[in-house]
Design a protein around this ligand. Structure first.
Ligand code: AMP
Ligand code: MG
Length: 352
């Protein structure tokens, strides 16, 4: 495996050079992590099975969990997908480039390893100038799951990528912190009524405006062994720190009261407590370490802070024994994805 990971800091002065260096690695079948608007992705040539295999190895990702293929133009869509419905085209028009992934019927050029053996392929066009330039320069669609070790919180900075994957990938482009902070919404548009397989950067209501009816096809709970799921990713543990996570949900006042009670009882057991907390609740409680999710009714800020907060509180230096998370974030728009990720990350869920 790769012993050294190149860190390529990108800016106005070296933009083209950096893209061309990174694209060269991808053309040779290598792996490069890069910023998208959602989270950092770990990219490889989606049409080269040997290159894609390196993604699975670096992340420790289960082989049946398919990857999202990232494109920079509509021409490449034609190359990889077929039987695209008018609804799908309307959604592309409305949301691309952006955090909406569409599951489409695949063409044979897309190797089995990329789609987990499915006859469909998940595709999106990211809204980030680095990502778009890289895909263009590589001259091929890029398979790019989140650039974290499988099961860990997703990476929203190049530092997060390095801390998980250093020595396991060829390069990472450091383009600063991402904008959205949670992954794309995954929507299956192969049936008459579209099915949401994962909530994400684009809210359900926004999608409904364009398609009318949509089916919610995901759950926030971990799916048990042997259960049948429409999207293989649903089966696996996700977004989890090593430290125990307790999520407290409910309205603001109840959450603050419950959190205060929990902090006291953990502290009595000599446990060091970390809080991932909204600004409003932070006015009522305190603990050994606190990381802000921002204001309760601004889910966009919670999305941006969520994974960085979980990673910070899980860090060795802060030395926390339990992370208590404030679940009073408004569950609307991208807030639906925030609560979904928190519920999946949590070891214990408490209704206040
Ligand atoms: P990640 O790239 O790690 O954020 O995960 C991509 C998500 O998309 C996973 O939950 C996958 O299971 C899902 N996915 C990718 N391709 C397909 C597909 N062809 N059909 C259904 N779900 C898919
Ligand atoms: Mg992921």
């Amino acid at each position: 495996m790769n012993s050294k990971t190149l860190v390529l800091k990108i800016g106005k002065n070296n933009f083209e050079d950096t893209i061309s260096r990174a694209a060269h690695i991808l053309k040779q079948g290598g792996t490069v992590a890069f910023p998208t608007e959602t989270v950092y992705g770990l990219g490889a040539d989606a049409l080269n099975p040997d290159a894609v295999r390196k993604i699975f190895e670096a992340k420790g990702r289960p082989a049946d969990n398919p990857l999202i293929v990232h494109i920079a133009s509509m021409d490449s869509l034609d190359k990889i997908a077929t039987d695209i419905s008018p609804i799908a085209f309307e959604l592309m028009d409305a949301f691309w480039p952006g955090p909406l992934t569409l599951v489409l019927k695949r063409k044979d050029v897309v190797p089995d390893i990329t789609t987990g053996g499915l006859d469909t392929v998940a595709v999106r066009m990211p809204d980030n100038p680095v990502a778009l330039a890289l895909i263009r320069e590589a001259g091929t669609p890029l398979a790019a799951p989140s650039a974290n070790t499988s099961g860990r919180p997703s990476p929203t900075t190049a530092g997060h990528v390095i801390s998980d994957l250093s020595g396991r990938i060829d390069a990472v482009i450091d383009g600063g912190a991402v904008e959205v902070g949670v992954e794309s919404t995954v929507l299956d548009v192969t049936s008459d009524v579209p099915v949401i397989l994962r909530p994400g950067g684009v809210g359900v209501e926004e999608i409904r405006k364009h398609v009318g009816e949509v089916v919610i096809g995901y759950t926030d709970q971990a799916v048990g062994e042997g259960e049948v799921v429409r999207s293989p990713g649903m089966k696996y543990t996700h977004y989890s720190p090593k430290t125990k996570v307790v999520l407290v949900e409910g309205d603001g006042r109840a959450v603050a009261a419950k959190m205060s009670e929990l902090i006291e009882s953990y502290s009595e057991k000599n446990m060091r407590v970390g809080l991932l907390i909204t600004d409003e609740t932070a006015g009522h409680v305190s603990a050994d370490e606190m990381y802000s999710l921002g204001k309760r009714d601004v889910p966009e800020d919670a999305a941006r802070n969520l994974f960085a907060g979980l990673r910070y509180l899980d860090g060795r230096d802060v030395n926390i024994n339990v992370i208590i998370v404030d679940g009073s974030v408004k569950c609307d728009g991208v807030g639906v994805a925030v609560l979904n990720r928190l519920r999946k990350a949590a070891n214990e869920l408490i209704e206040a």
